[in-house]
Design a protein around this ligand. Structure first.
Ligand code: GLV
Length: 312
């Protein structure tokens, strides 16, 4: 009998995951935190999102950890995380599509001055704003993995001059690319709409500070759908207060839920959403998980593995 699969995540998707995994793997021993994990020595695979630190270290016979999000910082910040158990993450086309749509929505709203027209309507004022040609609005996507590349491709298809920035050199047809600390200032200097999809790692923590915001052209707009830990909040607020940045759409925060007294909630140039830019969709995420459980049981190499050293 194959080992048990422990589901350590929100209750709302529990049944969907069980049904989808069973459809792919046949009968499974599916356990959840709420129903009780039973004998934890029998757990072979943990599907986890934001598990309590230390919990996974108790599963002494676990052979694979599956991150139920594309980001894995929620696992790697657990200092008791078993070092010898491979971590895989979901690769979810549904989530990738939602994220690029989120960026495009806010970028187009900004590009088309919708906030200003909303204010004009409130005052019953008929006032066309200055038109900015799409080819003059440069989009820059930080993080150039699956999500970043999909986002960049879609912006480029709309006609925005688009660039990507990543830790290591990457190329993508039709997109200007920059990499590493040396390419960062150049990338920022040519970016009117900055879209963040970087993973949260030691290197990216606090990367968006006063210096980075000052490196963007005056009037730039910022969309964060990655992690709040990239941003020095007080520096972002200062850049918005001074008008150097014209606005920000923020889906992620260094503390979530965003504390009620945080200035982001009420800042006139900030739009807040509650970490919804990319929700894991069990229907589109399950095939990769099923494939990895099959591979694990057949002793084959896993796919979508995470390198704990790079953090993605
Ligand atoms: C969501 O934040 C994810 O990492 O998938």
């Amino acid at each position: 009998m194959a080992g048990a699969i422990a589901y350590i995540s929100g209750e709302s998707d529990r049944l969907a995951w069980k049904t989808l995994l069973e459809a792919g793997l046949g009968t499974i021993d599916f356990r959840t935190l709420n129903d009780g994990l039973g004998n934890i020595d029998e757990i072979e695979v943990a599907l986890a999102w934001n598990p309590k630190p230390g919990l996974l270290s108790m599963f002494t016979n676990m052979k694979m950890i599956v991150s139920l999000g594309m980001g894995v910082d929620h696992l790697l910040t657990d200092d008791k995380l078993p070092q010898d158990v491979p971590i895989t993450r979901i690769m979810d086309d549904g989530l990738v599509g939602q994220m690029s749509e989120y960026a495009i929505y806010w970028a187009l709203r900004h590009h088309s001055d919708i906030d200003k027209y909303e204010a004009s309507q409130r005052n019953k004022t008929w006032k066309p704003e200055r038109f900015v040609d799409t080819i003059e609005r440069r989009v820059g996507v930080m993080g150039f993995g699956t999500i970043g590349q999909d986002t960049a491709r879609k912006f480029a298809a709309l006609g925005f001059p688009t660039a990507g920035w990543s830790r290591t050199a990457k190329t993508l047809s039709g997109i200007e690319t920059f990499h590493g600390p040396d390419g960062f200032a150049q990338f920022l200097a040519r970016t009117d709409i900055l879209v963040d999809v970087l993973p949260l790692t030691r290197d990216t923590m606090g990367l968006l500070d006063a210096k980075a915001f000052a490196g963007l052209p005056r009037g730039a707009y910022f969309i964060n759908m990655a992690r709040g830990g990239h941003v020095v909040d007080s520096d972002l607020l200062a850049a918005l207060d001074s008008g150097h940045l014209s606005g920000a759409a923020l889906d992620v925060f260094s503390t979530e839920p965003l504390p009620t007294d945080h200035r982001f909630w009420t800042h006139p140039r900030v739009r807040v959403t509650p970490h919804i830019a990319g929700a894991t969709n069990p229907r589109t995420a399950a095939p990769g998980v099923i494939e990895n459980i099959r591979r694990l049981r057949a002793g084959q190499a896993l796919i979508n593995t995470v390198d704990p050293k790079t953090g993605y």
